[in-house]
Design a protein around this ligand. Structure first.
Ligand code: OAD
Length: 272
């Protein structure tokens, strides 16, 4: 019976009655499109649909470490657009900060490297930047660090920065996780936090990239998983207790906040 399917109200009740106090969140590029950074896989608007002029063997090659090691130019051709600076967190980021303020946020796994989680006021100790961050950079080859000012200059110019060590010649790569590279060592340990979730929120991700894509599957049976996304993603919706709120993340968190009676709290926090 479709009418028995749990809905937003069932999630609201769970939070209101104190049955959900350890919310684990997984986010992806879709929570930052509202801030002005296109996602990867949305048809037409996503980055991977716009790369034809760069003549890549396949779109993800632009972020593959093996491809980067011999052909770093395509990455630097798009780097500036992916890293514009001065972005404002979305109301979705603010919603996560609000969950933290209300002591309901257990942990956030983000696949994003824009740093907007921290800008929005989510306590950094509650966030794992699973794909690294764009705050530092090293030579992909000899691992020497590279100065920020030169890196920023290269990104602005769309030119490849090369290692300053004599005789190395390796391209410099921001410390974000490329395909073919290991995730931060904390990932495995933090994965266990998902087992402690009494609610999981999955927002703005197509769940096409492992290992983050596996996190929703670790949630214990009987624990609701809530998807807030433009489209269905992964196996969210397959479990009886899953709730899918399809549409934009910003609309979804507003609906959730309003239903919880947190509308003003959210607006105030977002404006701060
Ligand atoms: P994707 O581009 O694969 O998926 C974004 C998802 O968010 C899609 O399901 C969109 O429909 C949805 N979406 C976009 N904008 C939205 C909005 N405003 N509101 C709601 N939903 C929206 O991005 P990720 O899943 O984050 O990794 O991609 C995972 C990884 O693949 C990235 O971290 C990156 C990429 O290649 C590396 O490069 C290593």
């Amino acid at each position: 019976d479709a009418s028995m399917k749990p809905d937003i109200q069932s999630i609201v009740d769970r939070i209101r009655t104190g049955k959900a106090t350890r919310i684990v969140v997984l986010t992806g590029a879709g929570i930052s499109t509202g801030a002005g950074i296109p996602d990867f896989r949305s048809p037409n608007t996503g980055l991977y649909d716009k790369l034809a002029p760069l003549r890549l063997p396949y779109p993800e090659a632009i972020f593959h470490i093996n491809y980067f090691s011999h052909t770093p130019e395509p990455f630097y051709a798009i780097a500036r657009a992916r890293h514009p600076g001065n972005l404002k967190p979305t109301i979705t980021h603010a919603f996560l900060a609000l969950l933290a303020k209300k002591n309901l946020l257990h942990f956030v796994f983000t696949q994003n490297i824009d740093g907007l989680e921290q800008d929005a006021g989510i306590p950094p100790e509650k966030v794992l930047w699973a794909h690294g961050n764009w705050k530092s950079q090293h030579c992909y080859k000899c691992k020497s660090s590279y100065p920020d000012d030169l890196m920023n200059k290269a990104i602005r110019a769309g030119e490849v920065p090369y290692c300053l060590e004599t005789g190395c010649g390796g391209a410099v790569k921001p410390d974000v996780v490329f395909f073919g590279q290991a995730l931060p060592v904390e990932f495995e340990e933090k994965e266990k936090e998902v087992l402690e979730a009494d609610l999981m929120l999955v927002m703005g991700t197509s769940l096409r990239v492992a290992p983050c894509s596996r996190l929703p599957g670790l949630v214990k049976e009987g624990i609701p998983r809530v998807l807030i996304n433009n489209e269905k993603s992964g196996d969210l919706g397959n479990r009886a207790e899953d709730v899918c709120i399809l549409g934009s993340c910003d609309d979804g968190v507003r609906r959730l906040a309003d239903a919880l009676g947190w509308g003003d709290d959210l607006n105030n926090l977002w404006k701060e």
